[in-house]
Ligand binder design. Structure first.
Ligand code: NAP
Ligand code: HSE
Length: 436
């Protein structure tokens, strides 16, 4: 086989990592593939910037169009991010008949249908393993390894930065902002870290995972999204006391009434494997109707792990390049004509248990009033933590774990409690999943 010629858009964390992987493991990769992979042409905004990789021998430009239009290239690897210039370049590469590898989950969650349709039209491949869960080959696992199954649900820690922050808040009692700054220094965070901490990045990834799991078109707007910015160190400590960990989860589940698609902080019993996935690591639990639950674990962000997924895609694309189109694995696991919408369950209909933290007025009978108000909504209390009032205060921290209840009912119950004279201020609430 002749060398596979690659153009690289972006020389940052993942782009630089990709150059490094190909330099360091190039011989072993060529032995597996039967041909070397060569980065011929690359672009970045500022060519005078120090890089994590050696770009000797690579033609460099500040204009990504030059790369995309280079007739010598077989594959374009898009590692710029965003859905502006990145979308334009990916569509232009496809129009030029080039295969595309990308780590850009935002692009695929928002414009996946357009990108995949364009690729189909031109008979080229679009590979995106690095877009979800960094170095974990979870796309390949669902799309190929679990192809015999009807996927019932998947649950994942799919943002490394968020998990890094929650772990440091719990283990080292560190401040949110300080840990986020470290995640940025380590190259884990998105260019705009709001995407990490507000759950948007995880929603992008869940959109892609749900699409390949259920055969639905990628539609970001269908995912309920809540970040970790309202989680306090007290929440982390109370969860610990109750025997739980707080993790930001992406959850996609088929139900009789529709699919649940949601990203939010979640209490998980501490004995669950996924509750012990810490730091920048990610994990995705996938339940197939034949195989049962399976779990995939590893580094969810960073140069080496993400570049490992990018290069694995390059190898797959190189293998598929000379194969007839119908021998290739479909981008979204299902044949394009089989991709169809499913109804999406509204959050009001979703059923979970709840962790509630409130400031209760410190006077006799308060707990029984709260308990009776909840029981009016058929909500029972499974566990309680009540702290003594701090010196000079007349309010106490009260933490309650409830049974499983419909979200609309819990919202109504919280409104009732907040308007009573037993509670001061709003109630903080976090959903609880037992993952049975
Ligand atoms: P990054 O470090 O910010 O790198 C982005 C690169 O793109 C830089 O080299 C930048 O040039 C170049 N670039 C950006 N806008 C450009 C423009 N308009 N024209 C030309 N070049 C441009 O980002 P990253 O962390 O590598 O992430 C890249 C992609 O991978 C994103 O889609 C991200 O979501 C995804 N991803 C990242 C990780 C991770 O751990 N970081 C993991 C999985 C997926 P300069 O260097 O000159 O500024
Ligand atoms: N910012 C992302 C994260 C990068 O922290 O998970 C990996 O997709």
């Amino acid at each position: 086989m002749k060398p596979v010629k690659v153009g690289l858009l972006g020389l940052g964390t993942v782009g630089g990592g990709t150059v490094n992987v190909l330099r360091e493991n190039g011989d072993a990769i060529a032995q597996r593939l039967g041909a070397p992979i060569q980065i011929v042409h690359a672009s970045a905004r500022d060519l005078s910037k120090a890089r994590i990789c050696d770009t000797t021998g690579i033609m460099l430009t500040t204009d990504p169009r030059e790369v995309v239009d280079n007739p010598e290239l077989d594959v374009v690897v898009e590692l710029m991010g965003g859905d502006g210039i990145a979308r334009e370049m990916v569509l232009r590469a496809i129009a030029n008949g080039k295969h595309v590898v990308t780590a850009n989950k935002m692009l695929l969650a928002k414009h996946g249908s357009e990108v995949f349709a364009a690729a189909r039209e031109k008979g080229v491949m679009v590979a995106f393993e690095a877009a979800v869960a960094g170095g974990i080959p979870v796309i390949k696992a669902i799309r190929e390894g679990l192809a015999a199954n009807r996927i019932e649900w998947l649950v994942g820690i799919i943002n490394g930065t968020g998990n890094f922050i929650l772990t440091a808040m719990r283990d080292d009692d560190r401040e949110f902002a300080d840990v986020l700054a470290e995640a940025q220094r380590l190259g884990y965070a998105e260019a705009d870290p709001t995407f990490d901490v507000e759950g948007i990045d995880a929603a992008h990834k869940l959109t892609i995972l749900a699409s390949i799991a259920f055969g639905i078109p990628p539609r970001l707007e269908n995912v309920y999204t809540e970040g970790i910015t309202r989680i306090t160190r007290d929440d982390v400590k109370y969860a610990d006391e109750l025997g739980y960990r707080i993790k930001a989860l992406g959850i996609a589940r088929r139900t009789d009434k529709g699919v649940e698609l949601r990203v939010h902080p979640t209490l998980i019993p501490e004995g669950r494997l996924i509750a012990n996935v810490d730091g920048v690591n990610n994990a995705v639990l996938v339940k197939g109707n034949m195989v049962g639950p399976t779990m995939y674990y590893g580094a969810g962000a960073g140069a080496g792990p993400t570049a490992s997924a990018v290069v694995a895609d390059l190898i797959d694309v190189a293998r598929g390049m000379n194969a007839p189109g119908d021998c290739r694995v479909p981008c979204l696991a299902f044949q394009p004509e089989a991709i169809a919408e499913l109804p999406v369950l509204s959050m009001d209909e979703v059923e979970t248990a709840f962790y509630l933290r409130m400031k209760a007025v410190d006077k006799p009978g308060v707990l029984s009033k709260i308990s009776s108000a909840l029981s009016d909504f058929q909500i029972s209390i499974e566990a309680v933590i009540q702290k003594e009032p701090k010196h000079g205060e007349r309010q106490v921290d009260l933490v309650i774990l409830t049974n499983v209840v419909k979200e609309a009912i819990m919202n109504e119950a919280m409104r009732r409690l907040e308007s009573s004279d037993t509670i001061a201020g709003p109630i903080a609430h976090i959903r609880v999943e037992h993952l049975d």
